[in-house]
Design a protein around this ligand. Structure first.
Ligand code: HEC
Length: 412
């Protein structure tokens, strides 16, 4: 049934495409409005109820925007709402989760070496964790601590770190990172759906009825919008992380995830400060760089069970087939990888070699040496869920092969 596999693959791509497009629209409008809001200028003579204004030029025209805190005196004739970007980002993201992670639970969601789950159990954990996440977050915001902006932020950060650790204890590293992104993004979309939009509707209804709207609705919406602001960049990191096994499939992946949330704050802080015309806090970039270097270093720390020899990686020559380890590495790859990575995979459900990566000839193996090293040597991204039981010794061998080949023969 290769047709099904092909159709499924294209469905995944279509949903991914939609997801990226809606996310661009959502994040784009969100970045725009935050920058606009921070850059508003107050001057005498603004209309009654106006808080500030901004002049902008774009695409050949000038824009004059005024912000009314709470609401203008009367209901404007045309009012544009921003909500479908957010809703469709969540819906398409969830559809993709179903296609890739629920549909392919055996390969992508479950790692029997982490926790041997049945697909339905893993899917249930995934669904429950996403909904409980929103409920807990919402309760925290509505509790007394919700009035303390920084206290709340620190508490939320602790929740996110706990989730990062928790997800790595039940899913594959790849699914753990993706879930952390989905956990955060669900909170962001739910903020729009359950809090920001309803509050805006209350204010609009007051306006139509000629009542004075309570400013508390705007304040609550603003707090949620601030959280969304700081969570955006980490979510993008997690959603893209499945291409980078050094991030998600190494020993301290959950610590890496915790640091990613911090980088989201340091980078956003720079932009927020600049947009508010309050200077250029260069320290935020230095902090981001330091965190990034720590992440890079963390990704090289070997797993406890495999304190392997750690040669430094620097050179780039193609000496892989000539290397003394090649024969042994090829044996590992043929035994552990070729059932999937072949022109006609024998693995059930695979109609084509995944990502068109094949390991049938010496040349094919040698030309993928770097990926093999990253995906199966340095990280545990391959095989998915270690389904063909690659042993730590075999991984060490793949690492030794690559590293000795790039170093080249000892110079006499
Ligand atoms: C059960 C089937 C299976 C086995 C066994 C398997 N792989 Fe894969 N491999 C996949 C799938 C599925 C993908 C596509 C993953 C994706 O879409 O991110 C993949 C992708 C890859 C990629 C491309 C990754 C990228 O993101 O570009 C490499 C390289 C790779 N595998 C190497 C290996 C190595 C080395 C082994 C053996 C140690 C191995 N695989 C064993 C199924 C398998």
């Amino acid at each position: 049934m290769y047709e099904f596999a092909i159709a499924w693959e294209w469905l995944a791509f279509a949903v991914r495409w939609l997801h990226v497009v809606t996310a661009v629209a959502w994040i784009g409008s969100s970045f725009y409005f935050i920058a606009l809001d921070l850059g508003l200028v107050k001057r005498p003579g603004l209309p009654v109820g106006a808080y500030g204004e901004e002049w902008q030029v774009h695409g050949g025209g000038f824009y004059h925007i005024q912000k009314y805190l709470v609401a203008p005196a009367s209901m404007p004739e045309h009012l544009t709402w921003f909500k479908w970007e957010s809703y469709f980002t969540w819906l398409s993201g969830f559809a993709m989760m179903c296609v890739v992670y629920y549909g392919g639970a055996d390969l992508f969601l479950i790692d029997a070496h982490v926790l041997p789950l049945e697909p339905w159990q893993a899917i249930a954990i995934s669904l429950v964790s996403l909904s409980i996440g929103w409920i807990c977050y919402d309760l925290l915001c509505k509790s007394p601590i919700g009035n303390n902006t920084w206290g709340l932020m620190i508490l939320l950060y602790a929740v996110l770190v706990a989730m990062a650790w928790g997800y790595t204890q039940v899913f594959t590293g790849r699914a753990a990172f993706l879930h952390l992104g989905a956990f955060t993004a669900t909170i962001m979309s739910a903020n729009v759906f359950f809090i920001i939009m309803p509050n805006q509707r209350i204010v609009v209804a007051d306006l139509i009825a000629g009542r004075t709207a309570d400013p508390k609705y705007g304040r609550i919406a603003k707090q949620r919008s601030l959280h969304n602001n700081y969570l955006t960049l980490p979510v993008i990191f997690f959603m893209l992380s499945n291409h980078y096994p050094l991030a998600f499939a190494t020993a301290y992946n959950w610590v890496i995830a915790a640091l990613v949330f911090l980088m989201g704050v340091t980078i956003r802080h720079w932009f927020n400060t600049v947009h508010a015309r309050k200077g250029r806090p260069i320290w935020t970039w230095m902090a981001t760089t330091v965190i990034f270097i720590i992440i890079m270093w963390l990704s090289t720390v070997p797993r406890p069970e495999e304190k392997a020899e750690n040669a430094s990686l620097s050179a780039m020559q193609q000496r892989f087939m000539a290397d003394a380890h090649f024969g042994a590495a090829r044996d590992v790859i043929q035994a552990r990888c070729s059932m999937c990575h072949a022109a006609e995979p024998v693995w059930e459900g695979l109609a084509r070699p995944p990502k068109n990566v094949r390991f049938e000839t010496d040349g094919e193996i040698a030309s993928h040496a770097r990926e093999i090293y990253l995906q199966a040597g340095r990280s545990h991204a391959m095989p998915p869920g270690n389904i063909s039981e690659v042993t730590p010794q075999e991984r060490r061998l793949l690492v030794a092969w690559y590293e000795s080949a790039v170093k080249g023969p000892p110079t006499p």
